[in-house]
Design a binder for this molecule. Structure first.
Ligand SMILES: O=C(O)CCC(=O)C(=O)O
Ligand SMILES: [Fe+2]
Length: 365
């Protein structure tokens, strides 16, 4: 079905929302309908647009990919130091020799293309409110009900509870690839999370570390070919909710990270590497030491881009807050104790606004 986007009348915006959001055609459906120009709802204010010309050299801030195989040998101390340094300075780094086979990564990216290339009716069964399982949902943009401007992205979110639920409810076109990727990444996830938490220098036991990765989710992001990527955003400025994000990006590029007071750098695609970033939850647990960096994504005018993040997260009833002993050690308490579910509800309550989400947990006095 084609969509004539008429920018002259206000009613066209309602039609657009109906088509893209409610009917589940997504922005992929819009892109496939051969629009000549971007509907106004996708045109972002000038200061939110991404211009490659403004991007600064990444090398002073982004180290070389960290070789995770070193964590089990003589180089352990150097790897621990590199991980903690990266989490503290930029909050973003890449890892190689992480234990997830290349074929598993390739299949995960391929599965994202397969899912989003399905006819809209097949994807629409997973829309929020219709999906047979609330832990699996398909959508577009970030919070289309509340956002002034929409993002040029569709996504599928799969929160892992157990194999039985995943086998029954995850879309069969991408289920096995997503599960294999998530399981193959688990050892590395534990290694990075436990290294960073132990690196804070306070006592922490194994079961506490385990709690922060009890409700991981695999997402598949799809950024269709965009007629005017310079006017819109694939994803707007945000920091992630999770403790850690393990991001598999393809070879197209377009992921930008903010270096505070300096500008934006691009995280270059490196074959076989995974991008790791600190999320709000880990910034809170670390009393502000590890940085949940602001990032955003530029869509492409020539190719559909996919990415497959794993959001490493606790269950909603888990308490998050600076680890016991840290405020005393740091001489200050930056964040309060709150339930992850409480933080999550606030996080999804509005559109993307950079790092504002963290203010909800900040102690103000
Ligand atoms: O697609 C990407 O490279 C990043 C996506 C992202 O930031 C997210 O899903 O939170
Ligand atoms: Fe993100």
């Amino acid at each position: 079905m084609g969509l004539a986007v008429d920018t002259t009348y206000p009613s066209s915006d309602a039609k657009l929302l109906e088509f893209v959001v409610n009917e589940g055609n997504g922005v992929k459906g819009l892109a496939d309908s051969n629009i000549a120009s971007l509907p106004p709802r996708y045109v972002h204010p000038l200061d939110e647009r991404i211009d490659r010309k403004d991007v600064i050299d990444a090398s002073p801030y982004l180290g070389a990919p960290i070789d995770m195989s070193g964590l089990e040998g003589m180089k352990k101390d150097a790897v621990v130091e590199a991980l903690c340094w990266a989490a503290e300075k930029l909050g973003f780094f890449q890892v190689v020799n992480h234990g997830v086979p290349l074929e598993v990564l390739e299949r995960a990216k391929q599965a994202a293309h397969t899912f989003f290339n399905l006819p809209s009716e097949k994807k629409a069964v997973f829309l929020k409110g219709k999906t047979p399982c609330p832990n699996v949902f398909y959508g577009t943009s970030f919070a289309p009900e509340t956002e002034k401007k929409l993002e040029w992205k569709d996504y599928l979110s799969m929160i892992y509870m157990n194999d039985e639920e995943a086998m029954q409810f995850w879309p069969q076109e991408c289920r096995d690839a997503a599960l294999d990727y998530m399981k193959a990444a688990n050892k590395m996830i534990h290694a990075i999370l436990s290294t960073l938490l132990r690196g804070l220098g306070v006592e922490i036991d194994e079961s506490t570390i385990g709690q922060y990765m009890e409700a991981n989710a695999v997402n598949m992001n799809y950024y269709p070919i965009c007629p005017s990527p310079e006017l819109t955003v694939g994803v707007g400025r945000h920091s992630d909710l999770a403790a850690l994000t393990i991001l598999l990006q393809d070879d197209i590029g377009g992921l930008f990270v903010k270096v505070e007071d300096k500008g934006w750098i691009e995280i270059p695609p490196v074959e076989g590497a995974l991008v790791i970033n600190v999320g709000d939850t880990l910034e809170i647990l670390s009393n502000g030491r590890y940085k949940s960096a602001e990032h955003r994504v530029l869509a492409s005018s020539t190719k559909a881009r996919v990415s497959v993040p794993i959001f490493v997260s606790p269950r909603p009833p888990t308490m998050i807050g600076p680890l016991p002993g840290l405020p005393e050690k740091d001489g200050k308490t930056v964040y309060r104790q709150l339930l992850f579910g409480e933080y999550m509800a606030n996080y999804f309550g509005g559109g993307h606004q950079g790092k504002k989400t963290l203010d909800f947990a900040k102690i103000t006095n």
